[in-house]
Design a protein around this ligand. Structure first.
Ligand SMILES: [Zn+2]
Length: 161
């Protein structure tokens, strides 16, 4: 995907996540969208910096970079959600566009992608971006609402109440 697609994806994802976390649609929802949206949009743009520095879809499109951004807030108490932006960039490149990405670069230069993708220049690219974002929000909703409940059920059953 191009930068426009990645920013559209990150902004829509952040609005959706804001409503998942604060469904009321009030000031808290808006604050959550801003709080999440800034770092997520920032993170979604980071991988394509390798169009200018290094090899595109390799240097800044690999799992070590994602792990680095994921660990950064733990180590430095900052950049809480930037990793979500990097992750959603990879998901959009893998699922939404025709050419895959070198997830294990530099160890393994193979580019991985799903066959459902469309060319970045295609007029269906925006539609594909929205479809991928909706799927991501479905996964996020499952994690936010279902997993805590299942975890609670499991804990409840294991102590026999
Ligand atoms: Zn990319």
């Amino acid at each position: 995907m191009n930068k426009r697609g990645h920013v559209l994806n990150a902004v829509l994802l952040s609005i959706g996540l804001g409503y998942l976390l604060e469904p009321a649609g009030n000031l808290e929802t808006f604050e959550t969208i801003v709080m999440i949206g800034v770092p997520v949009t920032l993170g979604a743009m980071v991988p394509d910096i390798d169009t200018a520095f290094g090899k595109h879809r390799k240097t800044l499109h690999n799992l070590p970079l994602l792990v680095g951004f994921f660990l950064f807030p733990e180590l430095f108490d900052n950049l809480e959600y930037v990793w979500i932006g990097v992750l959603t960039h990879y998901v959009l490149d893998v699922a939404g566009s025709k050419r895959g990405i070198a997830l294990f670069y530099p160890v393994w230069k193979e580019e991985f992608g799903l066959p459902i993708g469309v060319p970045v220049s295609s007029n269906r690219a925006d539609l594909m971006t929205v479809i991928v974002t909706v799927m991501e929000l479905a996964v996020a909703a499952a994690i936010i609402y279902e997993l805590p409940r299942h975890g609670f059920e499991l804990a409840r059953q294991s102590i026999g109440i």
